[in-house]
Design a protein around this ligand. Structure first.
Ligand SMILES: Nc1nc2c(ncn2[C@@H]2O[C@H](COP(=O)(O)OP(=O)(O)O)[C@@H](O)[C@H]2O)c(=O)[nH]1
Ligand SMILES: [Mg+2]
Length: 623
């Protein structure tokens, strides 16, 4: 799964190209149609000749809407840098290129559009100009395709080039902690809040419990759509629309992040490696006010340069970014800084929630360098930050470390109490989870179960499968985690149910009274018992069954345990003596109606106490 983004100067044909490729008009706002200009992000998708389906994010080219372009550029795998053949390289061609460079979007195709408007000689000049512009950037050497949306020239060639390019890209990693920077939030009549974004780092599934990081709110995914299709799961590296329960659409703003709970906390202080863009109109200075763009967020901030007073154009160094509003970013995330409408620089987050550092302090600078590089232990620790247990092969893949090294590092973290090892029941499989992640998971389990117990006070617990889905764990990891939760005395397992040890199912006084009256009625007509009254909650009935206060033999037919035992005893005795019994004989034996005789006999068949032979029952088992 991959996401493709457009980039390039306004009016160079980006949206027209998307429409020509996909048949979908990415300009969706009335204002965009009226002004014939992209203002905000547009979305489409494309099936390539290979069958590969890619999501597309179309961005505005106008300099006034670079903030929207930035909200769309995060999370893209491949860029289509669009340059109109008649105009050539223009200011936002450069600015978008600078942004892609700073964000590290390494893969792309340069598309020379409007080929129908120019002659070949001119086209060659533009091609040279573009090659020159790309030199030394992430897109140096990118394939270049000439197209015309008017004549259709080059469109098939472009699809083929994209197919070839995507075939060489490793799939988006599944780090087991899906994360989506939200770019839109709206209400869908009949559904409620829907948020959209580019999904990375893990799949989303219907039913998952998630967190909106800036709001600090737990939400549940009620439904998912990918490319306008309802789906149960969306893999990372795709556009996604999620219908959320637990939040109003107006509460969610661009910049919010949807992820699994418990690992990402909003921060206002970042340690960063900062680069001044080579096309910046002026250098970056200590204490400068900037707008910080990360993911889909844009917030005011201030730069503290830690090893210089000025970062000259094209230079880089260590810095702290202090923001006025919180950001939901993690170590390793790219960001951009702008000021007065110009892109000045950007870089990578090295640490979040950092304390104020002394400037020109060698130990601090060394530490940042070490962090940025990441020791094997740091890498493993950061792979273990989430509340999801991981197996060793996943850890090896995520850290890019050899399996033996992962094994010995896991051992070390385990000895120090920084990581827990979870084994499946019967010792199958082994999962590793960081101490904090484990605590976060326990908190989640506790919250979910508490909510469940409040809602269903008469049940012993929640189905373990539902709980697993809520937590977003794989079946193997869940078996291991649940075994540990039970061992720690944190949860109780009762059959397929999981509950908190502190929870005892308890009817309310009203329910007690209802139940007592019903039990009395059962006793009064033991063999022709009345059906449960309509005001007797099915939850309460299930509780009475569970507690052995009544025996349910069929929908709407329950006996008192005494009557039930008596009936079974006498039927079995009859069968022992005579070998067979009919429904009519059962009916007459207890002076009841055929309805009850039939229900009870079928129930005995089901329990393999009797078996039907013709119109009669014979004994096959013991009660
Ligand atoms: N002749 C010609 N015009 C084009 C072509 N592609 C786009 N245009 C026109 O260029 C203008 C700007 O296109 P648009 O897609 O909105 O540019 P964007 O701002 O980069 O999204 C529109 O009037 C398009 O019809 C092309 O290949 N040939
Ligand atoms: Mg456009």
């Amino acid at each position: 799964m991959f996401v493709l983004g457009t980039a390039g100067h306004v009016d160079h044909g980006k949206s027209t190209l998307v429409k020509a490729l996909t048949g979908i008009d990415p300009d969706r706002l009335p204002e965009e149609k009226e002004r014939e200009m992209t203002i905000d992000l547009g979305f489409a998708w494309l099936s390539l000749p290979s069958g590969r389906e890619v999501s597309i994010v179309d961005v505005p080219g106008h300099e006034r809407f670079v903030h929207n372009m930035l909200a769309g550029a995060g999370g893209i795998d491949v860029v289509l840098l669009v340059v109109a053949a008649d105009e050539g390289v223009m200011p936002q061609t450069r600015e978008h290129l600078a942004i892609l460079d700073l964000l590290g979007v390494r893969r792309g195709v340069v598309v020379l559009t409007k080929a129908d408007l120019v002659e070949r000689g001119w086209l060659d000049l533009v091609r040279e100009e573009v090659v020159e512009t790309l030199r030394g950037t992430v897109l140096e050497g990118a394939p270049m395709v000439v197209v015309s949306a008017v004549t259709g020239e080059g469109l098939d060639g472009l699809k083929a080039v994209l197919d070839d390019l995507l075939a060489t890209i490793p799939p988006r990693p599944d780090r087991g902690r899906p994360r989506m920077a939200i770019d839109r939030s709206f209400a869908m009549p009949g559904f409620g809040t829907v948020v959209t974004g580019t999904l990375v780092d893990g799949p989303l599934s219907v039913g998952m419990e998630m967190e909106l990081v800036l709001l600090g709110r737990q939400v549940r995914i009620r439904g998912l759509q990918r490319h306008r299709q309802r789906v149960e799961q969306i893999p990372p590296g795709s556009r996604a629309a999620a219908n959320l329960v637990g939040v109003g659409h107006e509460e969610v703003t661009r910049g919010e992040v949807l992820t699994i709970p418990g690992w990402l906390r909003p921060t206002t202080t970042l340690d960063v490696h900062l680069r001044s863009s080579r096309w910046a109109p002026h250098p970056l200075r200590h204490n400068m006010g900037v707008v910080v763009h990360a993911g889909t967020a844009a917030v005011q901030g201030r730069l503290r340069l830690l090893d210089a007073d000025v970062l000259e154009v094209g230079q880089s160094g260590w810095a702290q970014v202090l923001t006025l509003s919180p950001l939901a970013v993690a170590r390793g995330d790219p960001f951009i800084v702008r000021s007065s409408g110009h892109t000045l620089g950007g870089g990578v987050v090295v640490e979040t929630h950092s304390p104020r550092h002394r400037r020109r302090h060698p130990p601090t600078l060394e530490r940042l360098a070490r962090l940025a590089q990441g020791s094997p232990e740091d890498l493993l620790r950061s792979a273990l930050t989430g509340p999801l247990p991981k197996d060793r092969s996943t850890l090896a893949r995520e850290t890019d470390l050899p399996p033996e090294q992962v094994a010995s590092l896991v051992e070390r973290l385990h000895r120090r109490g920084e990581a827990l090892l979870l084994r499946g029941p019967g010792g199958q499989g082994e999962w590793v989870i960081g101490r904090e992640g484990w605590e976060a998971m326990r908190r989640r389990v506790e919250e979910v179960l508490q909510a469940f117990h409040r809602r269903y006070p008469l049940r012993r617990g929640m189905s373990r499968e539902d709980l697993r889905a809520r937590l977003g764990l794989s079946p193997g990891a869940w078996d291991a985690a649940l075994a540990a939760l039970v061992r720690e005395g944190f949860a109780l397992e009762a059959g397929a149910l999981v509950g908190l040890p502190s929870h005892k199912p308890h009817p309310t006084p009203e329910q007690e009274a209802l139940a007592a009256a019903f039990l009395e009625a059962l006793e009064a007509h033991p063999y022709s018992p009345p059906p449960p009254p309509p005001n007797l909650d099915p939850e309460l009935l299930a509780f009475l069954v569970e507690e052995g206060k009544v025996v349910k033999v069929a929908e709407g037919i329950v006996f008192s345990p005494r009557a039930y035992q008596e009936m079974v005893r006498r039927i079995v005795a009859h069968l022992r003596e005579h070998g067979r019994i009919t429904i009519a004989q059962v009916r007459d034996m207890f002076g009841t109606s055929r309805k009850y005789a039939l229900a009870l006999t079928e129930h005995l068949d089901q329990k393999h106490i009797t078996r039907r032979v013709g119109d009669e029952r014979v004994l096959v088992g013991e009660p």
